[in-house]
Design a protein around this ligand. Sequence first.
Ligand code: PGA
Ligand code: ZN
Length: 491
Amino acid sequence: MASSTSLCYGENLMSAIVHLRAREILDSRATPTLEVSLTLEDGTEARASVPSGASKGKWEAFELRDGDPTRYAGQGVLKSVALVEGEIASLVAGMEASEQAQLDAALCALDRAYPEGSETSQQEGCLKSYLGAQACLAVSLACARAAAVSLGIPLYRHLGGVEARTLPVPMMNILNGGAHANNTLAVQEFMLVPSGASDFPDALRMGTECYAALKSLLEAQGLSTSLGDEGGFAPSLKSTQAALDLMMQAIDKAGFKAGADATLALDCAASSYFEGHNEKHENKHENKQRYALDGVVHDGESYLALLKSWIKNYPIVSLEDPFAEEDWQGWSNATEALGDKVQLVGDDLFVSQEERLRQGLASGAGNALLLKPNQVGTLSEAMSCGRLALYSGWGCVVSHRSGDTEDSFIADLATGLNCGQIKTGAPARSERVAKYNRLLRIHEELGSEARYKWSGAQSGAQRGGQSGAQSGGASTGVLAGRGGLRTCDKV
Ligand code: PGA
Ligand code: ZN
């Protein structure tokens, strides 16, 4: 319950942090992760937990693990528990929960001032290398949630202010490959995008009906319907094309029109099938990038031609990590060739960090950011990276991790940022469904104020320098699909 005084910024603030408690819990892959409970002076208590990736970007913030082989194969997080209840608790005690930026800046400063000879290791060039991303993020998210409760407003409203009312278009990962499945598919995620839905509940229904249709198609063909890490099916298929064909059949079988009602998105996670880093660094003019998938080893040029053929033959609106995290040249070439037709999302490339995103903005590599708060380690840093993308006219997709928890924070984050896109797996497995269900509740709460529209990133030229997404969706969304660009105004 909010106290009346806590609503008066600047005087008699009652939302000072008084207590932190941390615990080791499990994520959806049976790996330990961190949860933090944070208590305020007014009695408010809020909890937050953090996810973990499997196909991590090389430049992600440091993930601290105990390394004790006698517990959870070294994956325990008791060091993080001790850091939260020790140094971090002393640091943040007395801070106002509504002053998120101040709290996050203090966490970053403490991380940089790591003590000599400290037990946890400083990894060179790696953010949060002393405290670990988990401790920083769990405290940061719990603080935001506590502030919202104390202020008596929904979390998305606290994060985004009065204009926070765009429900994100879900990119539903219904067919899994790569590091998230033990099948032979190189491409990691085949996502269904209900871009033609009228609102978020309709989108969720459409995506779920396509998911069910895909299951019956797999059963009919005697293929496995076991699930990958993000809840999508993980059958053994011969090629990317076979997977894309199945997605198209599922859309059709569910009674929708591919390209109009539903479109497709891929997360290639291409770093996992990229070869030739060394050659590239020795002589970058010698186009020695190699992408090995579907039994063929492609050079940069033939790989780009392959991507073009996918986009030509299927209604693909978004391609995430189509090139490897160190292949800036490949990214720039692809953006020049495809950036006006399809959203090109940098996940491993940008790792939700402003510095790397600025490099992408300057070199024309990509036109959208994948935003995973644990890649950078605090809420403020994640939000300012998301805003930088949106204010630059780029797309921004808020994302879960393949190892996740029941915490639905990212549903509020996507709504708060008005970014219009979320990636949170298949409509199956409770850690994924928790985010979808939270979005249904947000939709209900917003009532007629709720907005839903597809607004995938396009090139600056296409958008005319205008960034519609961050303005709350008042502008016309642009849909890239089969047959080129067309507008899709659902405001
Ligand atoms: P991860 O995968 O959480 O395993 O990194 C998600 C993604 O690559 O987008
Ligand atoms: Zn990814």
